[in-house]
Design a protein around this ligand. Structure first.
Ligand SMILES: Nc1ncnc2c1ncn2[C@@H]1O[C@H](COP(=O)(O)OP(=O)(O)OP(=O)(O)O)[C@@H](O)[C@H]1O
Length: 325
């Protein structure tokens, strides 16, 4: 049975209509006219226990608004949300016990307290039994490398250290679901990798269901099998990453290093420059081995490589198509 069920979810924000010009401020104050912004416009999806799903979309697509409804911070205008049997905004306390939330831009840790004390407080708030608390604190200290800064006040931590602390805090009480909103934003490559490794391991070892919103497609390539793409508050794609690439970028490219322009059957040469030819082919029709064989038989070649389509290009295509409709 699905652990998260979202059906026909809508969130409208109403803003008072603003008037300009002389007395515009007064008119704004007294007029009862509103402009309505449908930030989430009929979103439906279901997530099974243990899935790790990327929830993606351009700025303003409605990602954070959806996550806020799933976590119970916002009440939808209409639609259904059920998270492990709970309607989040109706039963916020029960919901809070089964979810962990990490926002890359904000921290739930106490700014002036050492990280260790923040973790202890969260353990108390969530009534984690002492032995379980100790076990989890030790496990996360090791997995996230918290040891060297456990006694440092949170305000003195680097962004990467703070994020690691926040992840430990979110998982101390072993929630079944983890929401991650831009967990790697602003981090360097090593810090990003550490966060990704932790999330991957948590999902694999404990079966934690994870919903990840990110603009970093390396996060997605590394962690998610399934993605839900949204734009203008509606779902554009919901499925696995491999099928997405197969559907929107069915071609591969073989890059051949040779002085001459390469032309062989089964591929289309799209470019030749600086001693390299780009051969576009459809792997469903042309076997890579046959193509390479044909190239090597006919030309003196110094090097070869195959270029896979990248997720970023594929997603741009989908957004472009979405904008036209
Ligand atoms: N509290 C609010 N009041 C009014 N409008 C809002 C509010 N929160 C969000 N919006 C609007 O709803 C739309 C969706 O915003 P949301 O923050 O969900 O997008 P997002 O996909 O998370 O974007 P980003 O990637 O930039 O964080 C935007 O047009 C935004 O301006």
């Amino acid at each position: 049975m699905s652990i998260i069920r979202v059906e026909g979810l809508v969130k409208e924000f109403r803003r008072p209509r603003r008037y300009r010009g002389p007395l515009g401020g007064l008119r704004t104050l007294f007029s009862r006219q509103y402009t309505v912004n449908r930030a989430v416009d009929g979103v439906t999806f279901a997530i099974e226990p243990g899935e790790l799903v990327g929830y993606l979309g351009p700025n303003g697509a409605g990602k954070s608004t959806t996550i806020k409804m799933l976590t119970g911070i916002l009440v939808p205008t209409s639609g259904v949300v059920e998270v492990a049997g709970v309607t989040p905004w109706r039963d916020r306390e029960r919901n809070a016990r089964q979810i962990g939330v990490v926002f890359g831009q904000r921290s739930q840790l106490w700014w002036d307290l050492p990280l260790r004390d923040s973790l202890t407080l969260i353990g108390k708030l969530y009534q984690v039994p002492a032995d379980r608390f100790r076990r989890n604190e030790e496990r996360f200290t090791e997995l996230l490398g918290l040891g060297e800064f456990l006694d440092t006040p949170v305000r003195q931590l680097s962004l990467g250290q703070r994020m690691r602390g926040d992840l430990a805090a979110a998982m101390l009480y072993e929630p079944r679901i983890l929401y991650l909103d831009e967990p790697t934003v602003g981090l360097d490559v090593v810090a990003k990798e550490r966060i990704r490794a932790f999330v991957g391991q948590l999902n694999a070892d404990s079966g934690t269901t994870v919903i990840l919103t990110t603009h970093d497609l390396d996060d997605v390539e590394r962690l998610c099998r399934r993605i839900i793409l949204i734009d203008h508050g509606t779902v554009l794609y919901d499925g696995d990453v491999a099928s997405l690439k197969a559907r929107y970028a069915p071609y591969r490219e073989l890059v051949v290093h040779a002085e001459e322009r390469i032309e062989v059957p089964g591929a289309r040469t799209t470019k030749h420059e600086d001693g390299r030819s780009w051969l576009r082919f459809d792997p469903a029709r042309t076997q890579v081995a046959d193509l390479i064989g044909a190239v090597l038989a006919a030309y003196p070649v110094t090097d070869l490589s195959i270029v896979e389509p990248d997720l970023e290009g594929v997603i741009h295509q989908i957004y472009a198509a979405g904008d036209r409709s």
